[in-house]
Design a binder for this molecule. Sequence first.
Ligand SMILES: [Zn+2]
Length: 409
Amino acid sequence: MADRFRIQNNLETLRDFSAPGEEGTTRLSYTPAYLQAVDYLKKEMEAAGLRTWEDGVGNVYGELKGTDETAPVILSGSHLDTVRCSGYFDGQAGIVCALEAARMLKESGKPLRSSFQVLATIMEEGARFPNLTGSRYIAGENGEAQLDTLRDQDGVTLREAIRQCGFSGNLEMTCRKADSIKAFLELHLEQGIRLESTHTDLGIVETIYGCRWFTVAVNGATSHPSTPMNLRKDAGIAACTLISELAALVEEHYPNRATVTFGKFENHPNEINAVPGRTVFSVDFRSGKPEILNELEALLKEKLKAMESRFRVKTELTLYSDVPPTPCCAEFSKILEEQAAALHFSTLRMDSGAGHDAMIFAKHWPAAMIFVPSHNGLTHCPKEWTDYGNLAKGADVLCAAIRQIDKLD
Ligand SMILES: [Zn+2]
C-alpha cells in the first residue's frame, strides 16, 4: 500500500521551494524556486530508480522501464508550477502520488510491460505564461512561433525564459506521438466540496467542463443624476439586472451542471454624479455538456434583448473564447472506479469545473482523472488542504489502475 509519510515528506519539501517573502507557496515557471523544485523532484525520482530528463520546454519526466520497449507508455502526473500565494497540493499532489505509485511498482519486483513515466508539467497555471502551455507543447499544439509570441508581464519571451533556465528549446523531443502513449492518468484536488460533504474518498472525473466566454457591452446614455428615472438610459442598472437574473436562473436550473461568472465589470464614466452611459462586463459559462452551453448562450441572448427594450439601451455581444467540454476516457475511468472499489474506497462520478493538463492530453490519447477531496473546497490559497490519507488512497488506485491498463492490448 502507498506510504502516506513518503507523500507527506515530498509535499512538505516541495512546499518550501517558493519565492521568498510571499505567503504560502509561490512557484512560477522558470523561476529560481521552480528550478530548485525540479532538482529535488529529479533526485527523488532517481532515488526511486527512475531515469529522469527534462524536455525542451522544461516538463520533467521520470521513467520506470517496462519489459517491452516497443509498447506505448503509461503516463501519470500533474503540474509543478503554482499561482502566487498558493497552497502546496494543487498540481504537486498529482506528481507526488504518481511518484509514489512508481515506487510501489518498483518495490513490488514485478515489472510492467509498458514503461511508466511520472510527468511534472510546467506552465499549467497561467501565472506567468498562458495556462496549459507545457502540456500543449507535449501534445504538439504549440510550435516555434509561440516561443517568440508568448511573453510574461515583463516582456520576457518564452524562448528567453527557456534559454535562461538551460532547457534546450528542442520541440521535436518535447512533442509526444499520440500512438506512443497508452494512457495519461492525473490525480488532482477537487476544487469543490462534493467529495468532502458526502464523505467520499475519491472522485472519478467524467468530463472536464468546457467554457464559453463573452464580453457584453451595454450602451445607454450618460446623464445627470437629476434625470427622471423613467427617462434614463442607464447601462449600469441594465447590466446589473441581467447579471442578477442570469445568476439566479443558473443556480436554480443547473445545480452541479453549470456555472456562470461575471468577473469583470466596468462602468463609464464611473463617476458618483453620472448615470452610467456604457457598461462592459464579462460572462464565463462552464458546463460538462455542450448542449447546456448552447442553452445558456441562448438564454443570455434572450435576456439581452429583453433588457434593450426595458432599459432603452443597445447591447453588443462578443464571443471571446469557446473551449468545448472534454470527456475523459470512459474505459480508463471505469478501471479507476473498479480498482477503487476493489480497495474498498468510495467513489463519486463527477465533472471538473476547472481545466487541467488532462484536458489537453485527452484530445490526443486516452486520459482519465481522479479527484481527492479539497478541505472546504479551497485551492489557490495557503489554506488549501487534503488529508495525506486521501492522497495515499489516490496513489493506491493509480498504482492498481496502471497495472490493469498495462495488461490491456
Ligand atoms: Zn492544478
